[in-house]
Design a protein around this ligand. Structure first.
Ligand SMILES: NC(=O)c1ccc[n+]([C@@H]2O[C@H](COP(=O)([O-])OP(=O)(O)OC[C@H]3O[C@@H](n4cnc5c(N)ncnc54)[C@H](OP(=O)(O)O)[C@@H]3O)[C@@H](O)[C@H]2O)c1
Length: 402
């Protein structure tokens, strides 16, 4: 098996650090040749660059370049034993840095950036012929039609999201024409089981306390609102080309069944494993081959009870809203995501109540003008900036009324 060279975008985040862990433990299978992040954690980024011996390291924030260079010098000096063969990496910085990294010579680009800012690097990587291991679901939500056009061969996009990785695994059990339904599981987030009336005064700290998964802050808040599941439904439609009426969501608090595929003879195939993102990350990097010992499996010497409940769509309307945006198409999924990004930031700053997140996204969607199906990144950016501006206005009004 030839070793695969990987560029990791978002290397300092939850997905990025777990990907590095997989690579560290499998040096015969994988090598990281480039890394990049936003610029909020340059010491960590520099330490990663020195440890991995990458040829290139990038930061999206132009003003973080100087700090990164200093941190690289300090990290290299700290590890002088390792440093004998150490070659100072090329530094990229600024808004184009992630795209430059995405086009760097490698086999796989792992996109673990948070937010729709991940779209342009995904497109660059696909156009350069790379395989994209995609954690950045916002890429497919904001720019699905563009991504489909840029992915020139089957299997060029490999999902990292645990649900989509599970679906891809289950889909190996039958032919595409035999699939009747996809069932995505949702942990239910921090507020599973609560009614709408119980959610009026919940705080960011409470929303960030996820019961089963340790993830970055935005995806954790999105889990609490179920927006994350809404984004994943759109992602599933884009990846597997199954229409929205055949994609279901079930709440599964144990987070062990990662998703299910129902075939037309009534058989349902599920993928189960402990809640640990290193399994889908490893599978995405090794796809179609598995990585031996990526994680420990389920302990079959114990009894388990796995629960599956229908989603309470009154308390958590985000999935139905995402399906409606996905069915409408054009730029509505991008509007859904961009408005949500602004609302999550406002909620975290105590400028918007929890229920205001999805309510505001819904009101932004209702006012969306007749955008066309996006043909370029600029089309997506125009829809997003319209959505962000409307969301800001509504958040400001909500703040004045509170
Ligand atoms: N965490 C999970 O378990 C999980 C599971 C499934 C899917 N996902 C998806 O994976 C993506 C990443 O999630 P996460 O939980 O890993 O997020 P996270 O922990 O918040 O990490 C985000 C990463 O993106 C970087 N970043 C932020 N803004 C950037 C920009 N403008 N340009 C380049 N890099 C930027 C951050 O760099 P700094 O450190 O410099 O800010 C950090 O490395 C999201 O799309 C999420 O929905 C995550």
């Amino acid at each position: 098996m030839t070793r695969r060279d990987i560029v990791v975008l978002g290397s300092t985040g939850s997905i990025g650090t777990q990907a590095i862990d997989i690579v560290r433990r499998n040096p015969d299978r994988f090598r990281i040749v480039g890394i990049g992040a936003g610029g909020g954690a340059v010491d960590q980024l520099a330490a990663q660059a020195v440890e991995l011996g990458v040829g290139v390291v990038g930061v999206a924030r132009q003003d973080a370049a100087g700090a990164l260079e200093g941190a690289l010098r300090a990290a290299a000096a700290d590890r002088s034993g390792v440093g004998r063969g150490f070659r100072f990496p090329k530094i990229l910085s600024g808004p184009e840095a992630m795209q430059e990294l995405a086009g760097w010579s490698c086999d796989i680009v792992l996109n673990g950036i948070v937010g729709s800012v991940g779209l342009a690097p995904t497109l660059t990587a696909l156009t350069a012929g790379r395989i994209v291991a995609l954690a950045n679901k916002e890429t497919l939500v904001a720019g699905g039609p563009l991504v489909r056009a840029a992915a020139v061969r089957e299997g060029q996009i490999v999902p990292v999201d645990s649900e989509h990785s599970a679906l891809a695994q289950c889909l190996r059990s039958g032919r595409a024409t035999e699939v009747s339904r996809l069932v995505l599981t949702a942990s239910g987030g921090a507020f599973r089981g609560r009614r709408r009336a119980d959610l009026t005064a919940v705080t960011p700290a409470q929303a960030l306390a996820h019961p089963t998964w340790a993830m970055g802050p935005v995806v954790t808040i999105n889990s609490a609102t179920l927006v994350n599941k809404g984004l994943e439904v759109i992602e599933a439609n884009e990846l597997f080309r199954i229409d929205y009426d055949r994609i279901e969501v079930m709440v599964h608090p144990q987070s062990v069944i990662h998703s299910l595929v129902e075939f037309f003879d009534g058989a349902t195939i599920a993928q189960c494993s402990p809640p640990d993102m290193r399994l889908p990350i490893a599978l995405a990097l090794g796809w179609p081959d598995r990585v031996d010992g990526a994680i420990g499996g389920v302990d079959w010497s114990k009894s388990h009870t796995w629960q599956l409940d229908p989603l309470d769509e009154v308390a958590f309307p985000a999935v139905a809203l995402a399906k409606a945006a996905g069915k409408a198409g054009r730029c509505l999924p991008a509007v859904y995501n961009a408005a949500n990004e602004e609302c999550v930031a406002a909620f975290c700053d105590h400028r918007l109540p929890f229920l205001g997140i999805v309510d505001t996204v819904e009101r932004v969607l209702e006012r969306t003008p007749d955008f066309q199906e996006p043909c370029t990144v600029e089309d997506v950016l125009a829809a997003e900036s319209w959505a962000r501006a409307r969301a800001h206005e509504m958040i400001a009004v909500a703040g004045r009324e509170a």
